[in-house]
Design a protein around this ligand. Structure first.
Ligand code: FO1
Length: 320
C-alpha cells in the first residue's frame, strides 16, 4: 500500500479552517500538518486569543459556529454580558465555551508549556486525532494595519473598525525575528510531499507565515506548492481581501491574485487552483504557461470540504 501523502497546509481565516476540515476527512490518504497564522493573535482580558488556530481546532472538532465562521456553535455569552455590565470591553466577543478553552491555554502557557504543546493539548481535549495543528511560530507575530487613522492591531481593524479604514500598508511586527515552528521543521525533515496554501488572504493570513525567516525556502524545497484562490468570480469569498486589493490599485480578480503571489514570493507556487467560475482567468493563466487546476472551491458543507481536499490530493499525485 502506498504511504500517505505528507502535506503541510497553511491555514489562515475561515478558508484555511474549512480546507483543514477537508483534509481531516482524508486521513486514510493524507498525513497533514496544519500550520496556522498567528498574526491575528492578541492579548485580551488577560487571555491569549489565537483566532486562526482556534478556528482550525473548532472546525476539525465540528464545533465551529457555521454562520459566523469563528467561535463555538451552541455558545452562551454570560461572561461577556457580565464584563460589559461591569464596564469592561465587550467589542470582541468571547463566548463562555470559548473562554473555557482560553483558560486552559493560559494555564498551559503559565505552566511553561510552548504554544505548540498547548495547541496539541487543546486538540486532544477536543477529540482531534491523527494530525498536527501547529501555530506558525513560537515567537509573537502581530499584524498591524497602517491607516489614515493611525496604526491598528489586526483585531481592532477587523472587528473594532469592521475593516473600514483604508489600509496604506501592513506591518508584520516580530516576523523577521520569529523562527519557524520546530514541529514544522521536524515534519519537513521526515519528508514532505506537498505544501498547500489555503484560500486565505495573502496579505493578512499567509504573509505572517511566509515572511518568517527561512520558511519560504523550507517550503519551496518540498514537493509541489499548491495555492488555492481566495478570490472567486471577482470577489473575496469572505473578509477584506477584495477591498485591500482595490486599495492597492489592483482588480480583485483571480489573475491579480496570482500576480500578487508571484510578486510577493517569486517561484514559490507550482500549481494554481481556481474556482470553476473563473475558467476564463484559468485559460489566460495557462496561456502564460502557468499550471492551473479548475474545480469547485466553495466549501459550504463537510462533503464539499473533503471533496476539495481529495481533488487537491489527486492533482498533487499527478504532478510531475
Ligand atoms: N470576529 C468578529 O467579527 N467579531 C468578534 O467579536 C470576534 C470574536 C472572536 C473571538 C474568538 C475568535 O477565535 C475569533 C473571533 N472573531 C471575531 C473572528 C476573528 O476576528 C477572525 O476570525 C480572524 O482573526 C480572521 O481570520
Amino acid at each position: 500500500m502506498k504511504s500517505r501523502l505528507r502535506a503541510v497546509l497553511l491555514a489562515g481565516g475561515g478558508g484555511g479552517a474549512r480546507l483543514a476540515r477537508g483534509f481531516y476527512g482524508l486521513l486514510d490518504q493524507v498525513e497533514p500538518l496544519v500550520l496556522t497564522n498567528s498574526g491575528d493573535d492578541f492579548e485580551h482580558l488577560g487571555l491569549l486569543v489565537c483566532p486562526d488556530t482556534d478556528s482550525v481546532l473548532y472546525a476539525l472538532s465540528d464545533v465551529i459556529d457555521p454562520e459566523r465562521g469563528w467561535g463555538r456553535s451552541d455558545e452562551s455569552w454570560s461572561v461577556l454580558a457580565e464584563v460589559e455590565r461591569l464596564g469592561g470591553p465587550s467589542w470582541f466577543q468571547l463566548g463562555d465555551r470559548d473562554i473555557a478553552m482560553h483558560l486552559l491555554r493560559g494555564d498551559g502557557l503559565a505552566a511553561g508549556r510552548s504554544l505548540a504543546q498547548v495547541t496539541t493539548d487543546l486538540a486532544e481535549r477536543l477529540g482531534i486525532k491523527g494530525l498536527q495543528i501547529v501555530p506558525a511560530s513560537e515567537q509573537s507575530i502581530r499584524t498591524i494595519l497602517r491607516t489614515p487613522e493611525g496604526d491598528l492591531d489586526f483585531q481592532s481593524y477587523f472587528v473594532g473598525r469592521r475593516c473600514e479604514p483604508k489600509v496604506e500598508s501592513v506591518v508584520l511586527q516580530g516576523v523577521t525575528e520569529a523562527e519557524p515552528a520546530p514541529d514544522l521543521l521536524s515534519f519537513m525533515e521526515k519528508g514532505c510531499d506537498c505544501v498547500i496554501l489555503g484560500p486565505s488572504n495573502p496579505y493578512l493570513s499567509l504573509a505572517p507565515i511566509l515572511e518568517i525567516s527561512g520558511i519560504v525556502e523550507a517550503l519551496a524545497s518540498a514537493g509541489p506548492v499548491v495555492a488555492v484562490s481566495p478570490i472567486v468570480d471577482g470577489a473575496a469569498i469572505k473578509g477584506p481581501l477584495a477591498k485591500l486589493m482595490t486599495e492597492r490599485g489592483l482588480e480583485a480578480t483571480a489573475i491579480s491574485w496570482v500576480d500578487e503571489i508571484k510578486n510577493m514570493y517569486p517561484g514559490l507556487v507550482d500549481l494554481w487552483v481556481l474556482d470553476s467560475r473563473d475558467h476564463d482567468a484559468a485559460e489566460v493563466l495557462q496561456g502564460r504557461g502557468e499550471r492551473v487546476f479548475v474545480c469547485d472551491t466553495l466549501m459550504t458543507d463537510t462533503r464539499q470540504k473533503v471533496a476539495l481536499a481529495s481533488q487537491l490530493v489527486e492533482e498533487v499525485k499527478r504532478f510531475v
